[in-house]
Ligand binder design. Structure first.
Ligand code: CP
Length: 303
C-alpha cells in the first residue's frame, strides 16, 4: 500500500492530483459520499490532537467509511509493553488504512515499514514531520492565492521544534519562486542542518515581526510548543515573544493571508479573527477536504 510519512514521499504531480481531487470534493461533496463504503480506518493517536484526529475521522466518515481507535493509548496493549511493530501487524489484520500520531520522531516510518502492504499516514511524529498539515496548508494557499508558487512567506514563532513548519518550508521549496522570511528569537531559529538544505538566497532570518510584516504574502504563525522544551523557564521566557494583534495587522498588505496550524495559545489575539485576512479557521476546514482526497487515493477508491 502507498504510505505518506513525509511530504517528500509524494511527487509534486501526485500532490497536485490530491489537490485536484480535494477541489472536486469541495465542489460536490455528495459525489464522494460512498467512496470508502465498507472500509475501516484505524485512528492511532499517542499524542493529543483536535484537528488532525477529528478531520481524519470526519473525512473517513464523510466518505462512507468507518473508524476505530482508542481515546487513551494507555488502554491499548502498549501499556503491557507491546512493541509498535507488533501493534502495526495486528492493526493491519483489522483495518484497511492506519493513521498514526506519536510523540517520538521516526515512529510513523517504523510503523509503516512493519506493514508494507498497508496504507499508513503519519499524523505527526514528534518534532519531525506533519505531512497532512502541509497538504492542508498547500490546499489553503492554492484556494486563496491561486497557486503555491511565487510567494513571500513569513514563517514566525517556533522554527526550531516546529514539525509543521519544517514540512511546509520543504514542500513550498519544491514549487518555483517562493521566498521565506524566518521570524524567530535566536533560541528558536531554524536548525542549521535545515537551513543548509535550502537554496541559497531563498530565505532571510530576522527576530522582528514588525520589520517584515508589510513584505509578506503569507504570514504563517506558529505556537511555541511547551511539550518540546526541556527547560520550563526557557519556555516561559519565549512563549509570548510574538503576538499578532490588530495594531500589527495595520502594517500588513491588504491581500496577504494569516495562517496558523492551530492550536494557538497567545500568538494571535482573538481580535484578529474577524479580519478577512485571517484564514486559520478556513484552513482547518480545508484539512478535512484534503484528507478526504488523500484517504480516497490511498485506498484506491478515487474516481
Ligand atoms: N494542526 C494540528 O495538528 O492540530 P492538532 O494538534 O489539534 O491535531
Amino acid at each position: 500500500g502507498r504510505q505518506l510519512i513525509e511530504p517528500g514521499d509524494f511527487t509534486v504531480a501526485e500532490l497536485e492530483s490530491i489537490f485536484e481531487l480535494a477541489d472536486q470534493i469541495i465542489a460536490d461533496p455528495g459525489a464522494a459520499m460512498d467512496l470508502a463504503k465498507g472500509k475501516l480506518m484505524a485512528s492511532l493517536f499517542y499524542e493529543p490532537s483536535t484537528r488532525t484526529r477529528f478531520s481524519f475521522e470526519s473525512a473517513m466518515m464523510r466518505l462512507g467509511g468507518r473508524v476505530f481507535g482508542f481515546d487513551d493509548p494507555n488502554t491499548s496493549s502498549v501499556s503491557k509493553g507491546e512493541t509498535l511493530m507488533d501493534t502495526a501487524k495486528i492493526i493491519s489484520c483489522y483495518a484497511d488504512l492506519a493513521v498514526i500520531r506519536h510523540p517520538r520522531e521516526g515512529t510513523a516510518r517504523l510503523f509503516a515499514q512493519s506493514v508494507p502492504g498497508m496504507p499508513v499516514i503519519n499524523a505527526g511524529d514528534g518534532g519531525h514531520e506533519h505531512p497532512t498539515q502541509t497538504l492542508t496548508d498547500l490546499l489553503t494557499i492554492r484556494h486563496l492565492l491561486g497557486s503555491c508558487s511565487g510567494h513571500t512567506v513569513g514563517v514566525c514563532g517556533d522554527l526550531l521544534f516546529g514539525r509543521t513548519i519544517h514540512s511546509l518550508v520543504k514542500t513550498l521549496n519544491r514549487y518555483p519562486d517562493n521566498r521565506f522570511i524566518f521570524i524567530s528569537p535566536k533560541e528558536l531559529r531554524m536548525p542549521e542542518y535545515f537551513l543548509s538544505m535550502l537554496p541559497e538566497g531563498s530565505y532571510v532570518e530576522t527576530d522582528s515581526l514588525d520589520d517584515v510584516i508589510g513584505d509578506v504574502d503569507i504570514l504563517y504563525m506558529s505556537r511555541v510548543q511547551r511539550e518540546r522544551f526541556v527547560n520550563e523557564e526557557e519556555y516561559i521566557r519565549l512563549k509570548d515573544v510574538y503576538i499578532l494583534d490588530r495594531h500589527k495587522m495595520k502594517r500588513a498588505k491588504d491581500d496577504m493571508i494569516v495562517m496558523h496550524p492551530l492550536p494557538r495559545v497567545n500568538e494571535i489575539a482573538t481580535e484578529v479573527d474577524d479580519d478577512p485576512r485571517a484564514v486559520y479557521f478556513k484552513q482547518a476546514k480545508f484539512g478535512m477536504y484534503v484528507r478526504m482526497a488523500l484517504i480516497s487515493k490511498l485506498l484506491g477508491v478515487a474516481k
